[in-house]
Design a protein around this ligand. Structure first.
Ligand SMILES: C[S@@+](CC[C@H](N)C(=O)[O-])C[C@H]1O[C@@H](n2cnc3c(N)ncnc32)[C@H](O)[C@@H]1O
Length: 253
């Protein structure tokens, strides 16, 4: 599938439906039914630190860091509608950020060797060029700066739940190959998006190639979900049996 077509389709979705996602996937949340930053403390003390969010969406994660006295806030996102929402939301809370409207794959006006943290909450998987994006992220970071990101766990797209319901909720079915990284269309909100499902090794190898060392990888459903019993959603049932999200903390060498 052609890269421009993928970007065009996905940008149209985000420009149209930005309001539906206002604050939906933002720190301290890393993913649905997943352990949070309150559990993990991956960022530690961010006071005075320079932060760049890739795919910053409505700005809620930027505000999270602003509330913790981060020194500088930067965000990049290709949706002008998301950035309008982010600008307004941050201003309403007395904050401002350097917001850049651009695909993460493109050369953007972002300083090099500058940031203490580059991070992304459910943004990185949208890239049409994983190696190139990780190389760009590495170029923005200072030496020993951290890159933290969460995304769908690849098992999430491979395993379906409905037959599990028929079997009393305890059996999940592998309905898509883990090895299939080709693009597919998904219907969302009456529109469509284009995504691919990358293997864990694809992320790890791309991080290594871009000059990162992985300090932590998290595949942990939260305790509330793990301990849930009785009538629970199908997503919760899945989350009790395999991680829905995956999270990496890597350091630039
Ligand atoms: C799930 S949202 C992230 C929300 C964000 N964590 C927050 O705190 O609001 C994903 C974002 O990725 C952006 N996006 C998708 N593909 C992109 C690309 N190729 N380049 C830049 N931004 C992209 C979308 O516009 C959307 O705002």
């Amino acid at each position: 599938m052609n890269r421009d077509e993928i970007l065009k389709t996905n940008k149209l979705y985000w420009d149209t439906y930005a309001d539906l996602w206002f604050g939906a996937t933002a720190l301290p949340t890393y993913g649905v039914h997943f352990v949070t930053e309150d559990d993990l403390h991956l960022f530690g003390d961010v006071s005075g630190k320079k932060m760049l969010e890739i795919c910053c969406g409505s700005g809620h994660s930027l505000k999270y860091h602003a509330d913790r006295n981060a020194g500088e806030l930067w965000g990049i996102d290709f949706s002008h509608k998301q950035l309008e929402n982010a600008k307004r939301y941050l201003a309403e809370n007395g904050y401002s950020a350097n917001l850049i409207c651009s695909p993460m794959e493109a050369d953007a006006d972002i300083p090099k060797d500058y940031f203490d943290f580059v991070y992304s909450i459910y943004g990185i998987g949208w890239t049409t060029d994983l190696d190139g994006t990780f190389q760009k992220v590495a170029s923005y970071l200072k030496k020993d700066g951290f890159f933290i990101f969460s995304w769908h766990h690849p098992l999430h797209y491979c395993i379906t739940c409905s037959p599990a319901e028929e079997n009393g909720g305890n059996t999940l079915v592998m309905s898509k190959s883990y090895f299939d990284e080709s693009y597919f269309k998904t219907a969302v909100d009456g529109s469509e998006i284009l995504l691919c499902n990358r293997k864990i090794s694809t992320y790890i190898n791309a991080l290594a190639k871009a000059g990162f060392v992985i300090e932590q990888m998290v595949e942990q459903t939260d305790d509330v979900t793990m301990n849930a019993e009785g009538t629970i959603s199908t997503k919760m049932k899945k989350a009790k049996m395999h991680p829905i999200s995956v999270l990496f903390k890597a350091r630039k060498l």
